[in-house]
Write a protein that binds this ligand. Structure first.
Ligand code: MG
Length: 231
């Protein structure tokens, strides 16, 4: 392959992200379950609301907090006000302080980017709340190692095809690297790009789906530093 530019996903590819959401959700389910509610039902209500909120309001940690607060309000009503609001505050506060300043980069990320920089154009493509994602990129110092970064409300076929067109990049000279089959791998492959999947143990379920691997353009690596072996 004759790659000229590499585009990296950010959350759960360059740094830890979803574990903070998983931890806060789990603490939240504990809190509601302790008042006698069925955990599977809470989880189901959470999933339903999350799907709706993502569709209507997009991604971002403030939308996640909204889900917790809205569900708490519903269960508070059902429980006739036996739920402890202070505990909810604690969970939300702990979660809000996570966006770890700076984000916790995976091992070898900076080394690997420095290794790749002289050989390729490097870019970051992330979806979510603009200010939040921008803040994470700058706090992590990743802007120093890439040529540019792009923050989009969504990452679908359109996003990738438009990006290629806008920058006059050829699909067959462009490679996407990320943890999400749905947002990173499949749409990039469908646009004719190469794609390298680096699975993350806790990929958000709304970012997961089966990979529609295309022979010769799809690769899977164990960890970020393995990029040095193949690029
Ligand atoms: Mg990701």
């Amino acid at each position: 392959m004759q790659i000229k530019q590499i585009i990296f996903d950010a959350d759960d590819t360059l740094w830890e992200n979803n574990i903070y959401y998983v931890q806060a959700s789990s603490d939240f389910f504990d809190l509601i379950e302790e008042s006698g509610f069925d955990r599977r039902k809470i989880q189901q209500d959470f999933d339903d609301l999350e799907l709706r909120v993502v569709r209507e309001r997009g991604y971002g940690s403030h939308n996640f907090v909204y889900i917790l607060e809205e569900l708490f309000r519903r269960y508070q009503k059902l429980s006739k006000s036996t739920l402890d609001r202070r505990r909810l505050r604690e969970i939300v506060d702990r979660f809000k302080h996570h966006p770890s300043s700076p984000p916790r980069l995976f091992e070898g990320v900076v080394d690997t980017l420095q290794y790749l920089k002289p050989k390729y154009g490097l870019y970051v493509l992330t979806k979510g709340d603009f200010e939040e994602q921008r803040g994470k990129i700058l706090l992590a110092g990743i802007d120093r190692y890439v040529n540019d970064f792009f923050i989009m409300p969504e990452k679908d076929d359109r996003t990738y095809c438009d990006l290629l067109q806008k920058h006059h990049w050829k699909a067959e000279e462009t490679c996407m690297v990320g943890n999400s089959p749905k947002s990173d791998i499949n749409p990039a492959l469908r646009c004719g790009m190469y794609a390298i999947h680096i699975p993350y143990r806790d990929t958000w379920k709304l970012d997961n789906e089966a990979i529609q691997a295309i022979d010769g353009r799809f690769f899977e690596l164990k960890q970020f530093t393995d990029l040095k072996k193949v690029l």
